[in-house]
Design a protein around this ligand. Structure first.
Ligand code: PAF
Length: 281
């Protein structure tokens, strides 16, 4: 039976007691509106740890003034029922006041890693992410924490935060889970209109076209970016906000592909901004 904990102190005390007993804690931080992508991270955690904690917290610090904080889907009963089916032990579900009782006086700021991609479109977003993840790690004290590769930049930034601040946690990146037509699962897919939902699989298809070009020997990033942009322009009504190739996990721009890179894109539909990526080794 999954227990729902809403207080920071209670969660912290419970986990401290578990750690004293040598229990291995897996942790999946989420903002709720759970889908199969989240559940696959939870299954992995349940398999590899003694207990699994999932946090459900829509973190105001990572939303810009014109973003969807108020509209972000909230469905805690459904979420608790879903995590119960995969064997999650605890849901940490604090209020905003519980997490941020006072205005923060000490701020975390992400440097160069946030100066590209999502960071340029969403100023302050990653500062908000590392702040809440830092707090959640201190509350839950996990041995392993699971993050989706769909937010590849977030994953790279959290890994760097763990290294920079010596958190005693191992971060695990979990593969993107897709709908049968290729659309990456996302809590924001519910914002798509019926027509946009038809177009959305073209995001992944455009990435597969780039992958095919790479497999045929193309190494110029620009050429891959053009293939993706052309495909998106013809097949979607969304505004292309970003198509880029960066080294991974350092997130340095690369004109010629060598080593591990990720190709990422962001498309803004009427109410949903969707991102997707592939990592090429
Ligand atoms: O990926 C998310 O859902 C959020 O950014 C996270 C990691 C739960 C922090 O609020």
């Amino acid at each position: 039976m999954t227990q729902v904990i809403t207080e920071v102190k209670k969660m912290q005390a419970l986990m401290k007691a578990q750690k004293r007993k040598g229990v291995r804690i897996g942790f999946v931080p989420t903002m709720g509106a759970l889908h199969d992508g989240h559940l696959s991270m939870m299954r992995r955690s349940v398999k590899n740890n003694d207990i699994t904690v999932v946090s459900v917290f829509v973190n105001p610090l990572q939303f810009g003034p014109n973003e969807d904080f108020d509209a972000y889907p909230r469905q805690i009963e459904q979420d608790v029922a879903a995590v119960e089916t995969v064997g999650v032990d605890y849901v940490f579900y604090p209020s905003v006041e519980e997490m941020y009782p006072d205005k923060l006086d000490i701020n975390l700021t992400v440097g160069r890693l946030a100066e590209v991609l999502e960071g340029t479109q969403r100023p302050g977003h990653f500062d908000g992410v590392v702040t809440v993840v830092n707090k959640l790690f201190n509350i839950v004290q996990p041995d392993f924490a699971y993050f989706g590769k769909k937010d590849a930049q977030q994953l790279a930034i959290v890994e760097k935060m763990v290294a920079d601040f010596n958190h005693a946690v191992k971060v695990i990146g979990v593969d993107i889970v897709r709908e049968t037509d290729g659309l990456a699962k996302s809590s924001r897919n519910v914002y798509l209109t019926a027509e946009e939902r038809q177009e959305a699989p073209h995001l992944y298809q455009s990435l597969l076209l780039a992958q095919a070009q790479y497999d045929e020997g193309v190494r110029e990033s620009n050429q891959l970016v053009t293939v993706i942009r052309d495909h998106l322009e013809v097949n979607t009504s969304g505004r292309i906000e970003e198509v880029a190739v960066y080294s991974y996990p350092k997130l340095e721009p690369c004109e010629m592909i060598s080593g591990r890179v990720f190709i990422s894109l962001a498309v803004k539909f009427s109410k949903a901004r969707l991102i997707d990526n592939i990592i090429i080794e």
